[in-house]
Write a protein that binds this ligand. Sequence first.
Ligand SMILES: Cc1ncc(C[n+]2csc(CCOP(=O)(O)OP(=O)(O)O)c2C)c(N)n1
Length: 332
Amino acid sequence: MTTDTPVRHDGLDGADELHLLREMLRIRRFEERCVELYSATSIRGFMHLYIGEEAVAVGAMASLRPDDAVVSTYREHGHALARGVPAGDIMAEMYGKVEGCSRGRGGSMHLFDVGRRFYGGNAIVGGGLPIAVGLALADRLRGRDRVTACFFGDGAVAEGEFHESVNLAALWSLPVVFFCENNLYAMGTALARSESQTDLAAKAASYAVDASSVDGMDVLACRDAAARAVARARAGDGPAFVEFRTYRFRAHSMYDPELYRAKDEVDLWKTRDPIDALARRLTDAGRLTTEERERMEAEVEAEVDGAVAFAEAGTLEPVEDLARFVYLRSPS
Ligand SMILES: Cc1ncc(C[n+]2csc(CCOP(=O)(O)OP(=O)(O)O)c2C)c(N)n1
């Protein structure tokens, strides 16, 4: 069944909400610095920013345990940071340094951290969904009560991998949660131009999974919807699909002239900035003072400075290591 998840706003419980605010700020400031570094050519290659969508990663990640698995897309800096991958490891990866979380071999689109059960960073649209189903199947076979969270965009819902993955997950009642970040566009293609059914939760529900839609600009709503989906999956009640209605404030990637959407539309969504919205709510509730906000900003800024310093001080891979991990060494 498709349901609209009820939003609970009774949960303004001080420390928790400040943590959500700080996590969203970390993502925002990290990526803003990435833009500067990209312009300065310290970061090269492709780069897709998450700015505007922070509430989804932060809200959804809040209900996951460290032994759960997370699978993401090429727009994954926010997921990696919210998952606990150190900012320095991510920044060094963006720089292509050996100290990066993927040893400098993946770059922006292929952040990976097995220790934190963060399985990408996948450049192929829809490519993460079968990986997530495989991880969830492995947990099921081994009798673990772990959940796999799979993040993907609205564009992936038009891919065959979405249909095969959701179908199998439902058929086998696997503990996987499908977190769809519907930011209305797949690169330059509006949803209605590529999908006959634009109600994505209805589409998922046709595979008999629990499906819901939620305001992706409201971190508390995201947290509540994800908590419900994760709890179901962990209890053995099968997969869930959550559509987060969100928006990216920046272009698709650093190379996109953005000819497919009106500036007015972007400006309207910016008035719903998830960071401002939570900060306002906390301030109104008397839980956030100007001094606390400034302190938080300064701490986040210092973390980003540290990440950049770590990346700058890192080393590029030596030429003699280029074929390492590419060919299997035959046992001697
Ligand atoms: C299988 C595949 N087809 C096409 C592409 C090219 N491509 C890169 S991003 C993108 C749009 C994906 O949009 P969406 O899934 O909505 O994610 P968003 O970028 O909006 O977060 C496309 C078509 C690709 N990377 N992989």
